[in-house]
Write a protein that binds this ligand. Structure first.
Ligand code: PLP
Length: 230
């Protein structure tokens, strides 16, 4: 098999993105060497969905003076929050209120502040994400009231339904953008500017629907090997 042209993939994807849209290179299941290769090609921001895997990889890179920025994008168990806060600058996958208090607690212990995105469930097959506008409102109310002073909300994240039905995908992204617009009007003191929407297969649609951050794995690093040793 031919070696994946990571640098070439990054520059091709970036050339097709508006300059205001950030690229998150999703390096899950790919080794530290692949992250390093992307970093040396100018890619600064990475996404990982499993905290232990991310910690091993990014601690190793940082011990060698390579300092990529890391966002956690996968659903998070409470007992992984401490490690997530230690290694990441943003947790994009906050899918329930309970996580916010845990993140705040760990931030205080570690003397850190982190950004978060609230994950909104739009696809049937994804398990995680807020499903009700009232739950989103409750979380934003608490953030707005200053209950979590070390946690700064920046916007919303979603995974669209995994389907070839382009209209369904577009509707999912548009619904998150509309939710954001209405919550931004309700909570003018919060910054809800970020919409993390779009993966390898659907990021062009996501950008058309207002995404500010696309999370791309396969189109940069190639297919993931979920087999033994992954
Ligand atoms: C794996 C993953 C991605 C990247 O998916 P690709 O299809 O490989 O681009 C994006 N977002 C989340 C939350 C993921 O888990």
């Amino acid at each position: 098999m031919e070696k994946t042209d990571i640098a070439g993939n990054i520059s091709r994807i970036k050339a097709g993105l508006p300059p205001s849209v950030r690229l998150v290179a999703v390096s899950k299941f790919h080794p530290a060497e692949s992250v390093e290769e992307a970093f040396r090609a100018g890619q600064v921001l990475f996404g990982e969905n499993r905290v232990q895997e991310a910690a091993a990889k990014f601690d190793e890179l940082r011990s060698r003076g390579i300092e990529p920025e890391l966002h956690i994008i996968g659903s998070l168990q409470r007992n992984k929050v401490k490690e997530a806060v230690r290694i990441a600058s943003c947790i994009q996958s906050v899918d329930r209120m309970e996580l916010l208090s845990e993140i705040e607690k760990r931030c205080v212990q570690l003397g850190k502040a982190v950004d978060v995105l609230l994950e909104i469930k739009t696809g049937e097959e994804t398990k995680s994400g807020f499903t009700s506008g009232n739950d989103v409102r409750a979380a934003l109310s608490a953030l707005s009231a200053g209950e979590f002073p070390h946690v700064t909300v920046r916007g919303f994240m979603t995974m669209a339904p995994n389907t070839d039905d382009e209209k369904a995908v577009r509707d999912a992204f548009a619904s998150v953008r509309r939710l954001r617009d209405s919550m931004a009007a309700e909570f003018p003191g919060l910054d809800l500017g970020e919409l993390s929407m779009g993966m390898s297969g659907d990021y062009r649609i996501a950008v058309e629907e207002g995404s500010t951050m696309v999370r791309i794995g396969t189109a940069i690093f190639g297919e993931r090997d979920y087999g033994e040793g992954a």
